[in-house]
Design a protein around this ligand. Structure first.
Ligand code: ATR
Length: 273
């Protein structure tokens, strides 16, 4: 029987995941289907269980269910535990296993697709919600020189710092509000706030971008106000989150199928090249 997979979310109709996984399955000759499933806001667990009963082997989880998916899983990877969020569910007779591939997806996009190595770099991570939390461990694993966390609500950034400082290794970490960034410079600025979703830019002081620096927005599909501001502020390179989307999908695919799909063809297809 063909193995079934799906992305679950609300809304989910716009998801590119079915297309991405269909291309991966074709390229790696995997006998599988991948669909989009809309769950009612109060019906996440029931929808997952119905999919398992119907023979589902795994799911991707998107907004707004990543935290609920973490709670639903019987077992979790350390990175999902740290993120307190799950974007990948793996079903087996032993139960539901939860993992989080978002951070690995970001790191893979930065290092492999964009050729931007993180070791020794000064990174500024904007935001202190689920999106920021989800990428903390994989970012630190790349051994940057410094990681600064900045958030509109400064206390939430400080809380995140306290939680992750045991994993800092040799990385210098600090946290605070946006205004405290004045006079500092970074090699990489990552926007993990939800500001782009309402077409706003985080209110950042000028002069943050060091020569050769990269501005990265986790939101994809357009030049966001954050990226436009970064360009005028002197960022040498701009990137949206499309590569992160494709790379996190590839990591999920690998967890399910044990096969690593090539990501360049689907990324080129999504970019219309
Ligand atoms: P997600 O799971 O996408 O991270 P979240 O947990 O709701 O979503 O977190 C949203 C993040 O975006 C928060 O860091 C939020 O800042 P606050 O903690 O101060 O609320 C940030 N955010 C949302 N809108 C923003 C805006 N217009 N400017 C700057 N930061 C914004």
């Amino acid at each position: 029987m063909t193995d079934r997979y799906a992305v679950i979310g609300n809304p989910v109709a716009h998801s590119k995941s079915p297309m991405i996984h269909a291309v991966f399955a074709g390229l790696t000759l995997q006998d599988m289907t991948y669909e989009a499933i809309l769950a009612p806001p109060d019906g996440f667990a029931a929808t997952v269980r119905a999919f398992i009963s119907a023979g589902g082997r795994g799911m991707n989880v998107t907004v707004p269910f990543k935290r609920e998916a973490c709670a639903l899983a019987d077992t979790r990877s350390p990175r999902a535990e740290a993120a307190k969020a799950v974007n990948t569910l793996i079903f087996s007779p032993a139960g539901i296993h939860g993992d989080n591939t978002d951070g690995l997806g970001l790191v893979a996009d930065l290092t492999r697709n964009l050729g931007f190595q993180l070791a020794g770099k000064r990174i500024l991570l904007l935001g202190a919600g689920g999106a920021a939390r989800g990428v903390m461990l994989p970012l630190l694993a790349e051994r940057p020189a410094a990681l600064t966390l900045a958030n509109r609500t400064a206390d939430k950034a400080r809380q995140l710092l306290a939680e992750f400082s045991p994993h800092a290794g040799g990385c210098t970490m600090d946290a605070g509000g946006f205004e405290g960034l004045a006079g500092r410079q970074f090699d990489l600025v990552i926007n993990a706030t939800a500001a782009s979703l309402t077409d706003e830019a985080p209110p950042l002081p000028g002069g943050l971008y060091a020569p050769g620096s990269l501005a990265y927005d986790m939101v994809y599909g357009r030049e966001t106000p954050f990226l436009t501001a970064a360009r005028t502020q002197g960022a040498a390179r701009l990137a949206d989150g499309l590569g992160m989307l494709v790379e996190q999908a590839a990591e999920s695919f690998f967890l399910w199928r044990g096969v690593r799909p090539p990501t360049a063809p689907v990324l080129a297809q999504l970019r219309g090249k």
